[in-house]
Design a protein around this ligand. Structure first.
Ligand SMILES: Nc1ncnc2c1ncn2[C@@H]1O[C@H](COP(=O)(O)OP(=O)(O)OP(=O)(O)O)[C@@H](O)[C@H]1O
Ligand SMILES: [Mg+2]
Length: 321
């Protein structure tokens, strides 16, 4: 392990003024590079001088620690979800990388991977109180409710996809599921929440097929909730990353997904960037090391730093202590 962190996320300074930016990394499909991106974006921002905590929420298949070159840690997010500990901060362990803390997700209770509603709210509260500038939330694959709930703790959500039809299809499924769940959580009236729950079933008997259609229904039920829905809809803005591109056609895919989301769902999606398919990525994980250390000049590392810079645009660096 390295010496004490310059700004140690496990040892908070007394006067912390601003909440960290929480970046959730999810995706509709397994193996698209969510953990690769969560780990290496965390490293890139920690190296740039930000205090970062990376959290593994993939309780059923955790491996963020391996991507960060850390052995299986003793403490785990599973302890928080199961109520064995009440302090998220106590679960943050140092990594060998300066400024970078980790909450691993080892030894989970697979019967209870999804936090209860109270636990989810408490998790969000404690995430916001972590003494750092960025929190990266590495999510499990697919639109399972547990994954969606973890994805939605993010101030922003990065959606990783591969340039292949199955991954694109699953991305739309994921966006749809995340959107409806986000709206359900934002609404206050029971009957409105219930209507959203019905709309989640793609073949619902009311014939609600799109978010805009759902909005019209809710406006009729309750204009105040309708306004809340519009505000929440505007705030829902996932950012996509196309990973493992091999051609210019693949690069363009991000723009098509953006257009389709706008046209068919009425949802704005940003295209944050893409990364080439690069053997350096596999080589790094085989050596249980980060790409930015083992292959800092590789294509993937160059594109990754570009995405990290975009994420950091509006976040000031902490004052040096
Ligand atoms: N840009 C890339 N170029 C080449 N290989 C890549 C790239 N990105 C990821 N990979 C490879 O893809 C595999 C899956 O990556 P990763 O574990 O990050 O996916 P994931 O989405 O987190 O998967 P899971 O859904 O199982 O959690 C890894 O073996 C990794 O080496
Ligand atoms: Mg993963």
């Amino acid at each position: 392990m390295a010496g004490p962190l310059r700004s140690d996320p496990t040892n908070p300074p007394p006067n912390k003024s601003r909440a960290p930016r929480i970046v959730a990394v999810g995706g509709g499909k397994g193996g698209v590079g969510k953990t690769f991106l969560s780990s290496n974006l965390s490293v890139a921002l920690a190296r740039a001088g930000y205090r970062v905590v990376a959290i593994d929420t993939d309780i059923e298949g955790p491996n963020l620690h391996t991507w960060l070159g850390v052995g299986s840690p003793r403490s785990s997010l599973a302890d928080f979800v199961a109520g064995r500990t009440d302090s998220l901060l106590k679960l943050v362990s140092q990594t060998p990388i300066e400024n970078l803390g980790l909450v691993a997700a080892t030894h989970g209770n697979l019967a209870a991977a999804q936090p209860s509603n109270e636990r989810r709210i408490e998790l969000l509260r404690q995430l916001r109180a972590l003494p750092c500038d960025f929190v990266f939330v590495d999510c499990g694959a697919g639109a399972h409710p547990a994954n969606i709930d973890y994805f939605l703790v993010g101030d922003e959500g990065l959606l990783v996809l591969h340039p292949e039809p199955t991954s694109i299809e699953n991305t739309y499924t994921f966006i749809r599921a995340a959107f409806y769940r986000r709206m359900q959580l934002a609404m206050q009236k029971h009957d409105v929440k219930e209507r959203i729950r019905e709309a989640m079933d793609q073949r619902n008997e009311r014939g609600i097929r799109t978010p805009l259609h759902l909005l019209r229904e809710i406006e009729q039920m309750d204009p105040e909730e309708g306004q809340r829905f519009v505000r929440s809809m505007r705030a829902f803005r996932p950012r996509i990353i196309v990973n493992e591109v091999g051609s210019t056609e693949d690069v363009k895919l991000g723009f098509s997904v953006r257009t389709v989301c706008k046209k068919f769902f009425g949802i704005e999606v940003d295209y944050l960037g893409y990364l080439n398919r690069d053997p350096a990525v596999l080589d790094a994980v085989r050596h249980k090391a980060t790409l930015l250390d083992t292959h800092p000049d590789s294509d993937a590392a160059v594109y990754l730093r570009r995405i990290a810079r975009k994420l950091a645009e509006a976040v000031p660096l902490p004052a040096k202590t």
